[in-house]
Design a protein around this ligand. Structure first.
Ligand code: NAD
Length: 259
């Protein structure tokens, strides 16, 4: 079993990484940052997003597990005082592999077709003022959006930025993407649906713009100057999480937002 650790970079996470390595050596686990079987993220949800982008090229073969140093995360279920148990489980137990959908963005830039993946969401904003964008669903005109931006999220990302802008929380077993508006301008001249929409995996949405846009891919910013249209849909690839014990989604939602 080859593992790689991605930590938040603060003193506490670094100390936990060192502890993990020490324990892993006792069980004969091999450290491999190029082709790991399992990636252990130590920090919070933001750390898991970084780990995903570091290893997304291995999405088909690698699985992720998260340790949180703060409060319980959506992607990190192991507490820091359980680190030794986690190492033992990785060495000795057979995890359940749980797969969550990802969202894909495709566009042409500099004569090249580019494909990007996000774990939480893509957020589209204008690089200069209000975003003006035409939305087409499955090739058909849908609406003309004017406002601050659009959040195109995965089900597991639905509890993040999407929720802050009034989108619904979606269970990650549903293969779908959600498109939520950020402060749309709605009056007698400009009209959008106003509520978020959920697309199944065989549908796609093209967002056409005439001006430079900022495309946020989770925490990463892509500045697009020459892109006329971006196609969003459920990705073929999924992210795999190694579960050594249950981590029910609705418990996470309740513990994060209600109790
Ligand atoms: P950050 O440090 O600003 O943290 C954002 C917060 O979002 C953290 O509390 C994190 O735990 C939480 N979070 C991340 N993924 C989550 C998920 N799937 N469900 C519930 N909560 C989640 O930024 P970061 O750590 O680099 O994370 C980037 C994420 O921040 C983006 O993917 C986006 O979802 C989120 N974000 C949210 C808002 C907002 O809610 N207004 C604005 C910008 C970005």
């Amino acid at each position: 079993m080859r593992f790689s650790i991605w930590d938040k970079g603060d003193e506490e996470s670094r100390a936990l990484s060192a502890r993990f390595r020490e324990q892993a050596a006792r069980y004969g686990l091999e450290s491999d940052d190029e082709k790991p079987d399992i990636v252990v993220s130590i920090g919070g949800d933001g750390t898991m997003l970084q780990a995903f982008h570091r290893f997304r090229h291995l999405a088909q073969s690698v699985s992720f597990v998260g340790v949180h140093t703060g409060r319980l995360g959506f992607y990190a279920d192991w507490r820091k005082d359980e680190l030794d148990d986690l190492v033992r489980m990785i060495a000795e137990a057979q995890p359940k592999i749980v797969q969550y959908p990802l969202v894909q963005a495709e566009y042409e830039s500099g004569g090249e077709r580019l494909v990007q993946l996000a774990l939480n969401e893509f957020t589209l904003k204008s690089a200069e003022g209000t975003l003006v964008a035409e939305l087409r669903i499955n090739g058909e005109p849908f609406e003309m959006f004017r406002g601050d931006g659009l959040v195109i999220s995965t089900p597991s990302g639905s509890t993040a930025y999407n929720k802050s802008v009034g989108g619904a929380v979606i269970h990650p077993s549903l293969e779908a993407i959600q498109i939520a508006e950020i402060a749309s301008i709605n009056n007698r001249v400009y009209r959008t649906l106003g509520s978020s929409i959920v697309l199944p995996k065989h549908h796609y949405c093209d967002v056409k713009t005439e001006k430079p846009v900022d495309l946020w891919m989770d925490h990463l910013l892509l500045k697009l100057h020459d892109v006329q249209s971006i196609r969003f849909h459920v990705a073929k690839e999924k992210i795999s999480f190694a579960r050594y014990r249950p981590f029910p989604f609705w418990n996470r939602v309740r513990e994060s937002f209600i109790i």
